[in-house]
Design a protein around this ligand. Structure first.
Ligand code: ARG
Length: 302
């Protein structure tokens, strides 16, 4: 066991246990195109998608995170990208309003999930809002992307709903159409991003706020290396983003490469598959109380 003084001098990164919502790609395919990665003419394999997704799921569980599963619905091939379904902070869930009709049916599934799981403040966004695809919580500020999907007006709505400051960022490169394809939050005040995905004003905002940010190359951004998930220590990202993995190591993070090439055919990667669920203290207390009424196995020997 590490002593307190050893910890004080150690630069080791500390993992924070997270809860994620994921959705099995049971109906995954590419049959429409709503981003430059999607070509319905390119065949996809449901089996490969499932296998790659399952490895991501199992990895997160092995790392010690909690993963809840949202039941997939037929006819919604992009539903595997759970990040887009909502933004959930401190027990409040702002459910997505999708830009494209092909995905609008997904919102009801999130509305239902949060309702069924006892979240009292659940509301569908009135503005176009593609959830954690465009809204990333960094410490106590919401970084919010617009330009392709979420409407700039969604930023004010999110700021009011969550009572959090929002830093609006404008995306300009259609390959990086959601904020989470161009920027990843590594820790409360550390990020990595690809400057070429943003307009000049946003680049300035990012440089001012995060002068020490890791800057990704275009190549690593194209490999979806920024569509990464960090727990403060482990950073799960596309295996092909090798240079980025090296940059993360230099900063004391533990990069873990994953292969999600099948989902990339739909323009998605690791982060797209996860929605972080952040409960309030109140909610955790309620969960504890009800758990206390469930008899423990050892009090009922078989
Ligand atoms: N095909 C999906 C779309 O275009 C991919 C979504 C990826 N999700 C994300 N969080 N970037 O909407």
């Amino acid at each position: 066991m590490r002593t307190a003084s050893a910890r004080a001098v150690s630069t080791a990164r500390v993992m924070r246990r997270r809860r994620y919502l994921m959705c099995r790609p049971a109906h995954f395919t590419v049959r429409y195109s709503i981003n430059p990665w999607m070509d319905p003419g390119v065949p996809t394999s449901g089996e490969t998608a499932l296998g790659q997704w399952k490895r991501l799921h199992d990895l997160l569980v092995e790392l010690g995170h909690d993963v809840d599963l949202l039941p997939p619905r037929p006819g919604l091939p992009d539903m595997v990208f759970a990040a887009n379904g909502a933004v959930a902070v401190d027990g409040k869930a702002l459910v997505a309003r999708f830009r494209h009709p092909q995905r609008t049916g997904e919102s009801a599934a999130y509305q239902q999930w949060f309702g069924d799981h006892g979240w009292s403040e659940v509301r569908q966004a009135t503005q176009i809002n593609e959830g954690e695809g465009d809204f990333l919580l960094a410490g106590d500020v919401l970084l919010a992307g617009s330009g392709f999907r979420s409407d700039p007006a969604a930023q004010l709505e999110a700021a009011e709903f969550f009572g959090l400051p929002v830093l609006g960022l404008t995306l300009t490169d259609p390959r990086f159409y959601h904020l989470d394809t161009a920027l990843a939050v590594l820790d409360d005040d550390e990020v990595m991003y690809y400057p070429g995905a943003f307009d000049a004003e946003s680049r300035k905002l990012l440089a001012d706020r995060y002068p020490d940010a890791i800057l990704a190359t275009e190549r690593d951004a194209e490999a979806f290396g920024l569509n990464a998930v960090s727990d403060g220590r482990h950073v799960v990202l596309a295996r092909a983003a090798e240079r980025l993995a090296g940059q993360l190591k230099e900063r004391g993070f533990e990069p873990i490469g994953v292969e999600l090439t099948e989902l990339l055919k739909a323009g998605g990667g690791a982060k797209c598959c996860l929605l972080e669920i952040r409960h309030t203290q109140a909610r955790r207390t309620v969960a504890h109380e009800s758990a206390a009424h469930i008899p423990l196995p050892e009090s009922h020997p078989a």
